[in-house]
Ligand binder design. Structure first.
Ligand SMILES: [Zn+2]
Length: 301
């Protein structure tokens, strides 16, 4: 195990990496996540995804969309239920620059459970798999969804897999395969942040500026900490797709209109990441897609 994880991380990062033992199951999940990302082939954000092919081009239930309160259907929806979101995750956690985003595979909790969600209009129980971000640049907002025609500075995606499917790859083949939570960040001038969980991630971003580089996060982190203090009782929900190739139409989306205020100096660390071409990894959001008559539901408290 020692050599395996050590050498794998060396090979993956292509640079020296302080020795930290990564549990085998977590390492396997990271490798699978990397393989899933690479199976989509090369892609970039030069045209905000308008040049992507396949379902990205031909799909009719694509994401992101503009979420418009006045156009949404306000119905009685059960609340979203969170399980093990307050439980400490196994550490170390690994955050990776995969050339498209800063991505962190979510391990089991320290007592071997999965953080998961159900309720709302979700077609089952969904287990947290990974978290990543979409962002703009020093002079552009980079959320994927817009809310009432407004884009925010950052959009965080917490990706969950329906537990009836074994892998993300299998889940993407089914309309009930995935559930993603979208959280908007607004850059604020405040210097300090109470969002300790997010700080742990963002503090490592300077170490993953290069493509394929990794950093580890230790200490206590829960999935719930990533949500900061946002209100989770109100949200938009609709059926859509992955926002990266192959744009599989397998996602029940939940996007919260409450925005997480986060220091601009932390968000600025995202703008320093580089893609596989050594270009700045900025504006990594997809252009807005047609709703094609889809119903967007809104849960009000
Ligand atoms: Zn995303």
């Amino acid at each position: 195990m020692f050599c395996f994880s050590f050498w794998w991380l060396l090979a993956f990062s292509g640079s020296t990496f302080a020795y930290i033992e990564i549990p085998g199951a977590y390492l396997a999940a990271i490798r699978q996540d990397r393989a899933d990302d690479q199976s989509a082939g090369e892609y970039n954000y030069d045209e905000q995804g308008d040049d992507w092919t396949g379902t990205c081009q031909t799909g009719v239930n694509q994401t992101p969309i503009d979420l418009i309160f006045d156009d949404s259907k306000i119905v009685s929806i059960p609340r979203l239920r969170f399980y093990n979101y307050d439980q400490a995750l196994q550490t170390p956690l690994v955050i990776t620059n995969n050339g498209h985003t800063a991505n962190m595979v979510i391990p089991l909790t320290r007592d071997g459970q999965r953080a998961s969600i159900n309720g709302s209009l979700l077609p089952g129980d969904f287990e947290a798999q990974s978290v990543h971000f979409h962002w703009g640049s020093p002079n552009s907002a980079g959320s994927e969804h817009a809310i009432n025609f407004e884009r925010y500075d950052v959009e965080m995606h917490i990706v969950h897999k329906n537990k009836i499917y074994d892998t993300i790859g299998e889940a993407t083949l089914h309309p009930d395969g995935l559930a993603v939570l979208g959280v908007m960040f607004r850059a604020v001038r405040r210097q300090s942040s109470q969002h300790y969980g997010l700080n742990k991630i963002f503090n490592q971003l300077p170490r993953i500026e290069q493509y394929k580089s990794n950093a580890t996060i230790t200490g206590r982190l829960t999935v719930g900490q990533l949500l900061g203090n946002i209100v989770t009782g109100e949200f938009f929900t609709y059926n859509g797709s992955l926002t990266t190739p192959d744009c599989a139409e397998a996602v029940t989306w939940t996007v919260f209109p409450d925005v997480l205020n986060y220091p601009r100096r932390q968000i600025a660390k995202l703008w320093n990441l580089k893609d596989s071409r050594k270009n700045p990894l900025i504006n990594n959001y997809r252009s807005l897609q047609d709703t094609n008559g889809r119903v967007v539901y809104y849960r009000a408290i």
